[in-house]
Ligand binder design. Structure first.
Ligand code: F6R
Length: 238
């Protein structure tokens, strides 16, 4: 696991955007794993900027997102599908994209189909992750048992609280999600984790204790041969 500390969030976004540029130059038909949340917003802005400047072509690339609330409609402004279209897909020329379907009638069949589609595409070349304050990656919550592939998960109080700011009284917050499992994440050939902001310093500290703990799901990344963690100074403890 490689650790890179940069002064600011903007520098982290540019450094991670450089990895995308390198990846898509080397392999234009890359399979990209993508995340939502506040952390990648600046990265997506930088990818859009580079695309508009003619520096990045996504036309042959294909993406699979980590997770989606369940149940939720794709047109719901808090759905991850909506987020991705707003922040990235509607602004670049991505060849094809997929998220777990929050509208699926049969969530188990949806999960199996999602894993099969990732496998048929040849697996994920570059996986982007953020981390929850509770150490989750995707929606793999602190737990004694994790699924290898995509699965339906009950969200913990901590994750519900962290995301409740996005839902109002008229828009009930889903309490479950479809998420790639730790196995799907660890099967990716290369992983980039972004950790930014002072509020993430405590969980970053736990991660860098260097031990795999089931109560810090992100610590399973220690088992992966090509993971780089980018932090801004604040997340690294100031
Ligand atoms: C999002 C996801 C989550 C977030 C994490 C951090 O697709 O899988 O694991 O990466 O909750 O969220 P932010 O960036 O909002 O702090």
């Amino acid at each position: 696991m490689k650790k890179v500390v940069l002064d600011t969030y903007e520098e982290v976004c540019r450094a991670v955007a450089d990895i995308y540029t390198e990846q898509l130059t080397k392999k234009p038909d890359s399979i990209l794993g993508l995340a939502t949340g506040s952390t990648p917003v600046g990265l997506y802005e930088e990818l859009v900027r580079r695309h508009r400047a003619g520096e990045l072509d996504f036309s042959k690339a294909r993406s699979f997102n980590l997770d989606e609330y369940y149940p939720i409609s794709k047109s719901h402004p808090q759905s991850y599908d909506y987020f991705m279209r707003e922040n990235l897909f509607d602004k670049i020329n991505i060849g094809q994209y997929a998220l777990p379907n929050g509208e699926a009638g049969d969530p188990e069949a949806e999960c199996a189909g999602y894993d099969a589609a990732i496998e048929a595409a040849g697996g994920i070349d570059l996986m982007l992750l953020g981390i929850g304050h509770n150490g989750h990656i995707g929606f793999n919550e602190p737990s004694v048992s994790y699924s290898l592939g995509t699965y339906l998960v009950d969200l913990t109080e901590s994750s519900l609280k962290a995301n409740s700011r996005f839902f109002g009284p008229d828009t009930p917050q889903p309490t479950r999600a479809l998420t790639m499992g730790l196995g799907s994440i660890l099967n990716s050939r290369r992983i980039v984790l972004m950790i930014c902001g002072a509020s993430k310093a405590p969980i970053a500290g736990r991660l860098f204790e260097g031990k795999v703990h089931s109560d810090v799901p992100a610590s399973f990344l220690l088992l992966h041969p090509d993971t780089t963690i980018f932090l801004d100074k604040e997340a690294n403890g100031g």
